[in-house]
Write a protein that binds this ligand. Structure first.
Ligand code: AN7
Length: 366
């Protein structure tokens, strides 16, 4: 009896407790039907966290929220697109999928392919994929080919392979990826009951900024008075093809996830910027690392590429209007790239300590 009453109270207060995964939750807005086999790891429904520290830093009664998509099943927003891409690949009878990746796409593709019983192949740039992501692709059972080249070269090859052979491409040129990823915008509006004034987001191939914009626009058909956000896209200054409107032959940044020199969604991204009245800007690696450390000091650990959204926000402090509501998208979990964290922190870390109470008390300053 007690359990029963507790349960009903719970489901009333926490509607999303039995979260079914984003396809089931948002199927009205997605190209799925009864024949679609839903391959899910219960992705989506990630927290929107109010950041007191960032709000104070911005001042002017600004409210800053973090969309922490690093809490998806494989630790990045890619799961949103991959649940759709793999479900549709399975529906279409495909047996193998392929992607080029700076790491997160490969982890998500491998996980969802494993879940759906499909074979997965991934091409990654040798030496430029964070340890956690590589570990995931290997563990989930992808066949991994590390190439002596960068992401852009890998993508060209997988595009050709998927044209020639019966292998489905699951990079963000696959339209189902964008469909899945747009649900993050739905969740933000569902949480806030409005859309933010700005959405700050890192850009690599610009699939995610395209997806968010699509999501906001679709929700504005449902909520007629929804005011759409300005889409603020950020790239690393060593890898900023969209900011500078060029192809970067040798992209270079500590944020390996967005080490991309020729984004496939370039034209779509330009349109997002224009339609939303937003802006694309570059942030330096130093600014990225400072934002990365700042977030961790509020208990939120994201990967370096994700911190580009916050670095960008901080850079625009003087442009932010009073009372603004801003969402920064944190696309990946900090645990993805432990090497970066271990190299870039301000912690006191003393090694080789004699394990005696006296010695340790002294070291701690007591
Ligand atoms: C953490 O995994 O391209 O602008 O191959 O991993 O949609 O490309 C990753 C991209 C931002 C950029 N944040 O998103 C890949 C890959 C993180 C990422 C991006 C990526 P898009």
């Amino acid at each position: 009896m007690i359990l029963k009453s507790l349960k009903s109270k719970f489901s009333k207060n926490y509607k999303k407790k039995n979260w079914p995964g984003l396809i089931e939750a948002y199927k009205k807005y997605l190209p799925v039907d009864k024949k679609t086999p839903i391959i899910t790891l219960k992705e989506g429904n990630t927290p929107l966290i109010f950041s007191e520290k960032l709000s104070n830093l911005m001042g002017n009664n600004t409210k800053i929220y973090l969309k922490y998509d690093g809490l998806n099943p494989t630790g990045s927003f890619k799961d949103r697109g991959m649940t759709m891409a793999i479900s549709k690949a399975k529906e279409e009878g495909c047996e193998a999928v392929i992607c080029a990746s700076t790491g997160n796409t490969s982890a998500a593709a491998a996980a969802y392919a494993a879940r759906g019983g499909l074979k997965s192949y991934v091409l990654i740039p040798d030496g430029f994929v964070a340890q956690g992501k590589l570990a995931q692709a290997l563990m989930y059972g992808a066949e991994v080919l590390s190439i002596k080249g960068n992401f852009d070269e890998a993508l060209e090859i997988v595009r050709e392979l998927s044209d020639k052979y019966p292998i489905t491409l699951v990079n963000s040129v696959n339209p189902y990826r964008i469909e899945g990823q747009k649900t993050a915008a739905f969740e933000i509006v569902d949480d806030l009951s409005f859309a933010p004034d700005w959405l700050c987001i890192p850009m690599g191939n610009a699939g995610n900024i395209t997806a968010y914009w699509k999501g906001f626009k679709e929700y504005s058909k449902k909520y007629k008075n929804l005011i759409l956000p300005k889409m603020m896209g950020f790239q690393s200054s060593g890898s900023a093809p969209l900011v500078n409107n060029i192809v970067v032959k040798e992209p270079d940044t500590i944020a390996t996830a967005i080490r991309i020199g020729n984004p496939v969604n370039r034209d779509k991204a330009k349109l997002v910027k224009k339609e939303s009245g937003g802006d694309f800007q570059a942030v330096t690696d130093t600014e990225i690392i400072n934002a990365y450390k700042f977030l961790a000091k509020e208990g939120v650990f994201c990967e370096p590429a994700s911190a580009a959204s916050v670095a960008g926000l901080i850079k625009n402090k003087n442009r932010i209007k009073k009372d603004s509501k801003i969402v920064c998208v944190l696309t990946g979990n900090g645990l993805k790239d432990p090497d970066c964290a271990i190299k870039n922190n301000d912690a006191i870390f003393q090694k080789n300590i004699e394990p005696s109470l006296k010695n340790i008390s002294k070291k701690l300053g007591y």
